[in-house]
Design a protein around this ligand. Structure first.
Ligand code: UDX
Length: 453
């Protein structure tokens, strides 16, 4: 390995945003670049820092993020992102200066790749005459609808005067309705609107890498490329190019795989709401009894912060676990990609975070969409109305509706059709990542681009 290190020529610095759904794709990108001969340093915040032992071939540098405990406990992600951008520029600059002092000519930094939310990295890079590249970890459709939010605000079309118009289509954004727009649930809407231009502005960056692919988002991607004066490289799904890149911040409970091994093919509904979305005790209860009444086996991830109270599994209704017995398995965190690729899994109840959506598409698993906030609403609408590989559970959670949706997806004809379309889409994605497929070609072009630096 040392010999291998000695041959490495170019050094890339990665700046992930400290949330699970962002750290994972950045580390996957690092794994891909490492395999192509680059050396990798990950500069991360103290908050939600990745575990270096998962990536022994990368270097990790921590920078102080200046977040107070109150900021972190508030859970207000928009405020946290703004604080990080205000606090991290100077320490990141200092960290880069230190790295540049120590670097050998053969291992000089060729570029900084930063998550779109960590835009402080661009100005530090720019001051040191280093090139920077943006990684976007959301869908292209989300980007388009975020930009549209600004226009709708300017026109006075939002906020809606009459909430009964929430189900109306948004002009030029079909099939999105006003209620699918990617508003954040954190803090004031004005704060989110202020953040949007900072996210989509490319400043002096040289390129955009996108964790998506042409086979599912071609028209959104070409629309964005027309508006963008630097190249966009859609090289998703990153996890398929970097299958061995562990990135979980929580410990995976692999016991659920043994439980899956005892279930019939396509029979299990996998239920997970990602790393941020939470629900209240009443919703949890309705969901639990709805799942039970469906009689369909389920694997349910209830991480400790799944409910607004402090713990998850302990909040399951009394008598639920005994009633369910072997027909259900509840864990705090699962090895999700292994679960989705397991033959027993026939459906995914998801909040439609972009990574979960991509992972489900890649395994041909149809979905029940229950989005929480932001981009999840856009993805849920695309899953149900563009790719038509799932159904969306709207309105208040009620056990009868839950039971109906589970049966619809898992046993009825409508669900079988969705499963077939999901399998077809999986095949399209397989073509994208094949040697001459669109994502593979885009990755090759990106590497050529990087090698010009
Ligand atoms: C956040 C936002 O909520 C989401 O809307 C945005 O698209 C990305 O950032 P998160 O809520 O965590 O992400 O969802 P998601 O993007 O789906 O990422 C979750 C990741 O955690 C996935 O890669 C998934 O495989 C992994 N996971 C989830 C596990 O490994 N085990 C689990 O039990 C649950």
């Amino acid at each position: 390995m040392e010999e291998e290190q000695g041959q490495r020529r170019k050094h890339v610095v990665l700046v992930p945003c400290p949330y699970q759904g962002h750290i994972t794709p950045m580390l996957q990108l690092g794994t891909i670049l490492y395999s192509k001969g680059f050396s990798i340093t990950v500069v991360h915040t103290d908050f939600n820092s990745p575990n270096p032992s998962n990536h022994p071939k990368f270097s990790f540098q921590s920078i102080p993020d200046g977040l107070a405990d109150d900021d972190i406990y508030s859970g207000n992600i928009i405020a946290i992102i703004m604080h990080l951008n205000a606090n991290c520029g100077a320490p990141f600059h200092k960290c880069l200066v230190q790295m540049m002092k120590q670097q050998m000519p053969a291992d000089e930094i060729v570029c900084i790749i930063y998550d779109e939310l960590m835009y402080f990295a661009e100005s530090a890079a720019n001051q040191l005459k280093l090139r920077s590249i943006i990684l976007r970890t959301n869908s292209a459709a989300t980007q388009i609808s975020r930009i549209a939010l600004l226009q709708l605000k300017e026109d006075g079309s939002i906020p809606l005067q009459d909430p009964s118009n929430l189900a109306d289509p948004v002009p030029r954004l079909q099939p999105l309705r006003f209620k699918d727009l990617p508003f954040s649930q954190f803090g004031l809407p004005e704060n989110f609107l202020q953040l949007i231009p900072k996210i989509y502005n490319v400043r002096t960056s040289k390129a955009v890498i996108w964790n998506t692919m042409n086979c599912i988002e071609q028209s959104s991607l070409s629309q964005l490329q027309q508006q963008c004066n630097i190249p966009i490289f859609p090289i998703g799904p990153l996890h398929k190019f970097a299958p061995s890149s562990p990135g979980s911040l929580l410990k995976e409970d692999t016991s659920c795989i043994s439980w899956l091994n005892n279930q019939a093919p396509n029979s299990v509904l996998y239920v997970s709401l990602g790393s941020i979305v939470s629900m209240d005790k009443k919703e949890l209860k309705e969901m639990a009894w709805g799942l039970y009444n469906s009689k369909q086996p389920f694997l349910w991830v209830l991480r400790p912060s799944s409910t607004s109270a402090s713990s998850g599994i302990e909040l399951l209704p009394e008598g639920f676990e005994e009633a369910v017995g072997e027909n259900g398995c509840v864990v705090k965190w699962a090895p999700q990609k292994d679960v989705l690729s397991h033959i027993a899994v026939g459906g995914f109840w998801s909040h439609c975070g972009w990574n979960s959506t991509l992972e489900s598409i890649c395994e041909g698993v149809p979905m029940i969409c229950r989005p929480g906030f932001g981009d999840q609403r856009v993805s849920a609408r695309y899953v149900s109305h563009v790719w038509r590989i799932g159904l969306q559970l709207e309105n208040d959670l009620e056990k009868g509706e839950v039971e109906k949706a589970v049966k619809q997806l898992m046993v009825e004809k409508e669900g079988q059709d969705m499963r077939q379309r999901a399998k077809n889409l999986k095949e399209d994605v397989e073509l994208c990542i094949k040697e001459s497929g669109s994502s593979s070609s885009s990755l090759s072009k990106f590497l050529e681009f990087l090698n010009l630096f």
